[in-house]
Design a protein around this ligand. Structure first.
Ligand code: AMP
Length: 285
């Protein structure tokens, strides 16, 4: 069932709650691929009813980012969801979510602001305000759908850690279910933004997963010095890569790590053909 309004979702949720059914939420920006589908499958397995939100959230895009050209494929998304057993595809307009005059401004909108310690690093450094937009929309979706479980991909590991922190700090009654990264057989992590890559870009983009896998191999051979592990990346990079960051952080609290251990997650962001790609890997097997 495709629903565009908050009121209609609320009505349906009320009925399900009355029946004592468990509800799962999978928040997405659409252009669904096998990565999203893995979250959806998990949700369908675990919950009585599943809501997938499809919303390109304007307030999480920074000026100059790809808000206008972000792929929008609602019809195909709806079909994929129906085939996967999703009960509601919730696809609101920006005006439905934020009102006519409140888009992309915090002058009139109540925001949920995650802690500075979690956002002044990795993607938050270059995408200023991005996680404010993410936390605000996810909090709104939690209030609209009131899910028992919400499913998020490790692909966006910083986002996942920040959402968990928001849920804990604000006592939101939802359990966050992390889901592993889905990759092409080449190793490239699936992303809606991969649609922007040319065939050649896609080959160059393999550097991200290669760098991460190589670092994990080196760690498992006994190298723990982060500077030494970082050095190993350069042999995979060439003039087609614009490396934004390669960072080693504690998996649980995003503390910077100097000596790698099993709880270390390695994060990479790199532009290829002008497209900003991210990936990450946990060093533990
Ligand atoms: P997005 O539509 O990009 O906002 O992503 C919606 C959800 O799908 C987020 O929780 C992402 O982390 C997750 N996701 C996106 N790509 C992947 C992937 N390749 N593997 C696993 N989860 C993913």
């Amino acid at each position: 069932m495709l629903i565009h309004t908050i009121a209609e979702v609320r009505e349906q949720i009320k009925l399900w709650k009355k029946e004592g059914l468990t509800i799962g939420l999978v928040p997405t920006m659409g252009a669904l691929h096998a990565g999203h589908l893995s979250l959806i499958k998990k949700a369908v397995e675990k919950c009585d009813k599943v809501v997938v939100s499809v919303f390109v959230n304007p307030i999480q895009f920074c000026p100059g980012e790809d808000l206008d050209k972000y792929p929008r494929t609602l019809e195909a998304d709806q079909k994929l969801c129906e085939d996967a057993g999703v009960n509601i595809v919730f696809a609101p307009s920006p005006a439905e979510m934020y009102g006519e005059n409140q888009m992309r401004t915090n002058d009139f909108l109540t925001y949920v602001i995650p802690p500075f310690f979690y956002v002044n690093k990795l993607c938050g450094k270059s995408r200023v305000g991005h996680f404010d937009g993410v936390c605000t929309v996810v909090n709104k979706l939690f209030n609209i759908v009131q899910p028992d479980f919400a499913f998020f991909g490790q692909k966006d590991a910083q986002q996942l850690i920040i959402i968990k922190k928001m849920v804990k700090d604000l006592n939101i009654p939802v359990e966050i279910i992390p889901c592993p990264i889905v990759r092409e057989s080449s190793g490239l992590a699936l992303s809606s933004r991969n649609k922007y890559l040319s065939d050649d870009d896609k080959i160059q983009a393999l550097a991200l997963s290669k760098i991460l896998n190589n670092i994990k191999n080196c760690y498992q051979k006994g190298i723990t010095d982060v500077e030494a592990l970082k050095e190993t990346a350069y042999s995979f990079l060439n003039e087609n890569h614009d490396l934004e960051y390669l960072e080693f952080m504690d998996e649980n609290n995003l503390d910077e790590v100097k000596k790698a251990n099993d709880n270390t997650r390695v994060f990479i962001a790199c532009k290829v053909g002008g497209v900003r790609l991210i990936d990450n890997i946990l060093l533990k097997d």
